[in-house]
Design a protein around this ligand. Structure first.
Ligand SMILES: [Zn+2]
Length: 290
């Protein structure tokens, strides 16, 4: 899909996806900011995610320039990781309301964080018309990217902000993830048939990308299982060097079988496996089991 870039500065680009929805792409390596969005309501703006206090100041400044006369009134959080939510306080102090998953809200409460008076706490699924725009919020059970992940769907456009549950593999992060549950949720997401998936890092993706990501997660799950089996069923107490060696072998195996599939022209699983990245992901996944 061709989109119009309406703003570009400081490693930030704002892409117009429709009259209502703008994707704010931040180059992670340069900015340490996640992607986000501006959603144009009848007489105000909603943001997606709030990366840091400095980022929020920047976002408010961009909003004022790009959407004059539309004050920022809401922020919707895809999840509460620091690079998506550390700027929340700044927005609350500016009188902005929020929507977030029950899981993120409860964690913020337990940490004594500042929370807005006007807060939509989403249990499971919720629909709301906010400033004339129809939204649906879907909280994801279980540990996917964060354990508090929430999709934000702009209904009429059929765009879904996915947070970090979908995205370029280099930005995937797996600590304490349940890959089977994640893959199941991706299947449900694919069935929603979104026109575009607006990812937390990297670029937006079309629905077909989900198939590639599912294949990658399956490969990781297989390799993790392989490591556990070869470690005798459990990684508890496994030595660092021994585990490292097993992970390296499993990553080699995955890279080799992906290359073979590609050579044989297999439609499924033909995506190349970057050995280094795969190794890092396997380590993230298995580290907590030691
Ligand atoms: Zn995250």
């Amino acid at each position: 899909m061709q989109t119009q870039v309406i703003y570009s500065a400081d490693s930030i680009t704002v892409h117009k996806l429709s009259d209502r929805v703008y994707f704010r792409k931040a180059e992670w390596e340069q900015t340490n900011q996640c992607n986000g969005g501006f959603i144009v309501l009848n007489d105000a703006l909603a943001l997606v995610d709030a990366p840091s206090e400095a980022a929020v100041m920047q976002i408010l400044d961009e909003a004022g320039r790009l959407f004059p006369g539309k004050p920022v009134r809401y922020v919707f959080l895809t999840h509460g990781h620091w690079d998506h939510a550390d700027g929340l306080d700044e927005l609350i102090r500016a009188g902005v309301g929020a929507a977030m998953s029950r899981q993120a809200y409860d964690r913020f409460v337990s940490e004594g964080r500042l929370l807005p008076d006007d807060c939509l706490i989403v249990d499971g699924t919720a629909g709301a018309v906010i400033g004339g725009v129809r939204f649906e919020f879907f909280c994801l059970d279980g540990r996917l990217h964060s354990g508090e992940d929430m999709y934000i769907k702009v209904v009429d456009e059929n765009y879904i902000f996915t947070g970090d549950t979908v995205g370029d593999f280099q930005y995937l992060y797996f600590a304490s993830s349940d890959l089977n549950r994640w893959n199941e949720a991706l299947g449900e997401l694919a069935a929603m048939g979104a026109g575009l998936l607006l990812c937390g890092h990297g670029i937006y993706r079309e629905n077909g990308f989900i198939r590639e990501q599912k294949a990658y997660l399956s490969k990781l799950a297989e390799a993790a299982e392989d490591v556990r089996r070869r470690a005798g069923g459990s990684l508890a107490g496994a030595g660092g060097d021994a585990l490292e060696a097993l992970i390296g072998e499993a990553a080699n195996g995955a890279a080799k079988s992906a290359a073979n599939n590609a050579a044989n022209g297999a439609a499924n699983g033909a995506a190349a496996v970057d050995r280094e990245l795969f190794t890092r992901h396997l380590k993230e996944l298995l580290e907590r089991e030691r």
